[in-house]
Design a binder for this molecule. Structure first.
Ligand code: GAR
Length: 208
């Protein structure tokens, strides 16, 4: 029996990914406890979603800190109040400089196929717009271990979707998000089961 995994969830916006975690936990598909939801923005709608489920919330506003180091330290201070096994970025827009103690224990999801259409400022709708305007025929999502560079760390799971001729950023986002809702919990379950082995840039998924 794999033990329940304790998550710290970092958000910046509407909290759709956080909501997916909450739904999957409630449905018994994800054996996890969200210890805290931390937002980089004070008015993130995702904060209400967390509060509705009795999850402690905290705001660490990027604009209240002098630089990325001070901001990251403030986030670490909040995380340190809880027993966290894994930190998950869920639509988190900022860089978080990961302290040694959390290295290899931070995940991100990106709504595109890394290394395309990713990096600083490639966020949400902008990714889907870029994919459509470029004429790409496939898109998808990527769950990866985060490091101190945007969308850079070792890839855990990618799922693809077709890009259709009449797609809008919204229709493509919805198709990709369906895959995100499967891929992220799956990556968390694999981590909780001790089945993810980082070897340089590669993540090996160990057999159960
Ligand atoms: C998700 O689609 C996620 O892939 C994307 O933000 C959405 C969740 O935000 N993340 C990024 O674009 C990171 N580069 P939300 O929960 O606020 O809707």
């Amino acid at each position: 029996m794999i033990k329940k995994i304790n998550l710290g969830v970092l958000i910046s916006g509407s909290g759709n990914t956080l909501q997916n975690f909450l739904d999957q936990i409630e449905q018994g598909k994800l054996n996890a406890a969200i210890q805290v939801a931390i937002s980089g923005k004070p008015n993130a709608a995702g904060l209400d979603k967390a509060r509705k489920h009795g999850i402690p919330t905290s705001v660490v506003s990027y604009s209240n800190h002098s630089d990325i180091d001070a901001f990251s330290q403030a986030i670490t201070n909040e995380l340190d109040k809880y027993p966290i096994d894994l930190i998950t970025f869920a639509g988190f827009m900022h860089l978080y400089k990961i302290p040694d103690k959390y290295k290899g224990r931070v995940m991100n999801i990106h709504p595109g196929l890394i290394p395309a259409f990713c990096g600083h400022n490639y966020y949400g709708r902008k990714v889907h717009e870029s994919v459509i305007n470029y004429g790409a025929k496939v898109s998808g999502c990527t769950v990866h271990f985060a490091d101190n560079v945007y969308d850079n760390g070792p890839i855990i799971i990618q799922r693809t979707v077709p890009v259709l001729d009449d797609d809008t950023p919204n229709s493509l986002a919805a198709r990709v998000f369906q895959e995100e809702c499967e891929a992220y919990p799956e990556a968390i379950r694999l981590f909780a089961a001790g089945r993810l082995k980082i070897e340089g840039r590669k993540v090996r998924i160990l057999k159960p």
